[in-house]
Design a protein around this ligand. Structure first.
Ligand SMILES: Nc1ncnc2c1ncn2[C@@H]1O[C@H](COP(=O)(O)OP(=O)(O)OP(=O)(O)O)[C@@H](O)[C@H]1O
Ligand SMILES: O=P(O)(O)OC[C@H]1O[C@](O)(CO)[C@@H](O)[C@@H]1O
Ligand SMILES: [Mg+2]
Length: 439
């Protein structure tokens, strides 16, 4: 996309602190990171009018600081996990507990049960202390040992609970909604002039958090998706005019579907929320599928759950957190494909696989485990040095601190004008059959 000269809103990457860090860290082996250490990243932004603009962002590097803000012997941390499951949550919990205990000797780390509900007394969820012993093997399992939930809880009651429990650091592991919850807790904490650090560790298999180029668990989810896609391909090739259809998660962003299709080159059509398509007529899915079957005798379709929401009927309802409940696109597609081929008298079979909850509840793979370990450790370093209102992220190979306002601004979606999406279309070859999917 050509770069026009444009005024862009300067992106502020300043990290807030609770005050000067004055207590020497007790980590003799350490190479400490200076607060002034930063990495420069060129950030390109697509603007509403189709132009793009770029600016260089100076991002604070993550890592242990020479001095801590909190006195470890008086410091209690709390961890909460919110939203949908994702591979690697337990790995992050484990890394936080181990780092806080072994390298900072904090007084205690508490586990809050079932998301934000765990702070609210009326739910009666017990708070549990997390120790190196209690978390030692949790990374072997998917899910979250703390449990999760959706639905708003009053920020003032949550901060009341933090005060009651004498918590100095709150780690929130969650998606875009959780990061918005973190922002409202930060505001309540600041309004009360409390010295509580709020640190986010962004989580979502949808990979849709702004500024987070790859969220933990995404690699595992993609890998798990490829097993289902491979099976769909086997089923498709095992029948005359066989069609294999796989539904993958991705509410507003189709990264899992796109990446899994790139990983396993057997996909012929990938449908994502960012690229609207038509069913009927020239350039539509049905005619394209018919031509593909005539050419090759089988086809694999990967569908992100949020694709084609203009085609499937949405009820307009939302879940407890206000996320839209999506229309069931795969039921519509299966019905329309069947009707189309019956109308044309073309024999076919369609096998449908929905591995949605499998791909997000499996344990993390080796890459994600390593990644989660770093995220957890850096979250503790940041918190102990008194930083707040920020998340840990990785950009261009560096672990960095990002202010919360950057990740809550908007969702990250596939840019369908990008080389990435072009590469997906080239890999599937769907542009030969279905011109409606590129606008
Ligand atoms: N704008 C907001 N302000 C305060 N709290 C919010 C806001 N949005 C969401 N939350 C709360 O954050 C928690 C998690 O939100 P949500 O269920 O949307 O999941 P998420 O963190 O976005 O994760 P995922 O998208 O991966 O499932 C919920 O308890 C929800 O009520
Ligand atoms: O059924 P649940 O648990 O509400 O979560 C479903 C949603 O969560 C996500 O996995 C995001 O965490 C989405 O892809 C999906 O739509
Ligand atoms: Mg969300």
């Amino acid at each position: 996309m050509p770069t026009k000269k444009k005024d862009v809103k300067r992106i502020d990457t300043t990290i807030q602190t609770l005050g000067p860090a004055k207590i020497p860290s007790n980590m003799p082996y350490c190479r400490f990171m200076e607060d002034s250490a930063a990495t420069q990243v060129n950030f390109a932004e697509d603007l509403d009018d189709g132009a793009s603009a770029s600016q260089t962002l100076k991002l604070e590097l993550a890592g242990p600081r020479k001095n801590t803000y909190f006195d470890p012997s008086k410091t209690k941390c709390a961890i909460v996990t919110c939203g949908g499951l994702c591979p690697g949550i337990n790995d992050v919990i484990r890394a936080i507990v181990m780092e806080a205990h072994h390298n900072y000797n904090v007084a205690a780390t508490l586990g809050i049960r079932y998301g934000l509900q765990g702070f609210i007394p009326k739910y009666g969820h017990p708070i549990e202390e997390l120790t190196p012993r209690s978390v030692s093997d949790i990374h072997m399992f998917g899910g979250t040992i703390l449990g999760s939930s959706r639905g708003p809880q009053p920020a003032d009651e949550i901060v009341d609970a933090l005060e009651r429990m004498n918590i100095s650091v709150l780690f929130l592991i969650g998606g875009d909604g959780t990061m918005q919850a973190a922002a409202s807790l930060l505001k309540e904490i600041q309004d009360r002039n409390l010295k509580i650090s709020v640190i986010g560790i962004p989580k979502t298999i949808d990979n849709d958090i702004n500024f987070i180029y790859q969220s933990f668990g995404f690699d595992t989810a993609v890998e798990a998706s490829t097993i289902a896609i491979n099976c769909a391909h086997t089923e498709a090739t095992g029948a005359y005019n066989g069609i294999g259809m796989v539904k993958l998660m991705g509410r507003e962003s189709g990264f899992i579907a796109a990446q899994a299709s790139l990983a396993l080159k057997v996909v012929n059509f990938v449908l994502v929320p960012e690229a609207p398509f038509t069913l009927e007529g020239e350039g539509g899915l049905l005619e394209g599928l018919e031509r593909r079957l005539a050419d090759r005798g089988h086809a694999v379709i990967v569908v992100a759950e949020g694709a084609g929401q203009d085609i499937s009927k949405t009820s307009g309802e939302t879940d407890a957190s206000g996320n839209p409940i999506l229309g069931d696109i795969c039921t519509v597609l299966r019905r329309e494909i069947k009707a189309h081929f019956e109308r044309k008298g073309i024999e076919h079979t369609l096998k449908f696989i929905d591995p949605s909850y499998i791909i997000r509840s499996v344990p993390a793979n080796a890459n994600d485990r390593v990644y989660c370990g770093f995220l957890g450790q850096h979250a503790v370093h940041a918190a102990m040095s008194g930083k707040t209102g920020m998340v840990i992220s990785k950009m261009r190979g560096h672990f960095i601190h990002l202010p919360l306002h950057l990740v809550t601004g908007q969702r990250r979606r596939i840019n369908i004008g990008s080389d990435y999406w072009r590469s997906v279309l080239e890999s599937t070859g769907q542009f030969l059959y279905m011109s409606s999917c590129f606008g």
